[in-house]
Design a protein around this ligand. Sequence first.
Ligand code: ASP
Length: 459
Amino acid sequence: MTNIVKSALGKRFVALLLLLSMITGTVVVSRNLANAAEPVPLPTFNIPPVSAEFEASEKPNVLVVATGGTIAGAARDGDKTNFQNYAAGTYTMADMVAQLPLHKTADVSTFQFGNKGSGSYSIKDLYDLSLAVDTALATYDSVVVTTGTDTMEEIAYFLDLTVRSEKPVVVTGAMRPWDVIGTDAPANLYQAIKVASSNKTKWFGTVLMLNDVIYAAREVTKTNAHRLDTFDAPMFGALGYVDDPAVRIYRAPARAIKAGTEAWATPFDLKTIAKDSLPIVEIAYSYQEAGGGAIRGFVEDGAKGIITAGTGAGGISSKMSQARSAAIQQGVVFVTTTRTGSGTMYDSGTSSTIGGDNLNAAHARMLLLLSLAFTSDLPTIHSWFQSFGTGDVEISVDENTVLTTSIEEESVVEEPVVEVEVPTPSVEPTVEPSAEPTPEPESSAPVETTPVEEPVGVK
Ligand code: ASP
């Protein structure tokens, strides 16, 4: 090499090689990024402007972006007692908001993005939804997105990873349709608007609120097919609650620590990519003697990435493992997750398979899908999983940190000294306890006894 570099021809050859590698490097990292000369054609949305009346009011302006789901569902055949047989995505959000009591904390406007079940939306639709939310946040103080609950955790995490605005985004839905007895739909809509208008989740990214409980999009999952308290964040818990007096936030997601810094925003700025560049990413579930057919089929169908939902700490069957090795040879990127529902899959940072931390398979799929839309460089994808994907909390203070708090020396408040006279115990002759029970006095005053309370409900 040294000899080649020394000759004039060699120098030119090396320069050409360098140039080529710079060009291909840039192409690899920004394979799908828009060419500055050719701006990506972006969708436009009919977001309603804030009305003059709302503009003049003191209350924050919340826009409800509605996509349908059970929350907008109507009872079938007039049977208002059937919570399972209904037509999802029937009522429009404008009608639903008009039926709510006047909101105490927000001026509410609506935008009907769509009106169908959550499972009917494509990834390209989510690209549009995210851009619609960002467009709305240019003029509104916060946004509530209503969706079906089935894939709500995926929609919420997609928004969390892609919305550029730091303003609150609150996703909600319902487990019972709008017009049946005991519906949770109007209450969830009202409460989600309340959370959004509180501004308390600004810089949190997207949060999800159902049943008065607020969760981080990254952590939340649907845990039951029918129950109203179906959403949970295993091993994490809630961020806070909403009750009538207030919205209370008890903890913040890791990304909130980066509020106001460049590190807060993810690299996934959808405005810089065409929606056609969102790749196919699938999930393969492992179980006793799982075959390799699912992985081979996904690759045949054009999957660029596959999430494995493995047993225990992410293990997959030997047939799946063989299929995975073959797929990796074809350039497919894998992420390991666990089917157990919680627990961290650590990432070595170098292996051809990425550790998905404690993202569930559906969440990991969204992160891998977006990662592959923005790069094909494996080390970069590893780094995104270790940063945005992991959400590890690290508090650091360096020489550039402006410290505004200090522990003030507290003035000592002198407590008045109260002198208490301690009575001297009189010395009584010690009476030896007799082994005999003391007989009851002949005529004693009735002794007051505390009645023992019967335990409630115990018969
Ligand atoms: N099938 C409905 C959906 O996901 C369920 C729901 O809305 O909760 O759209």
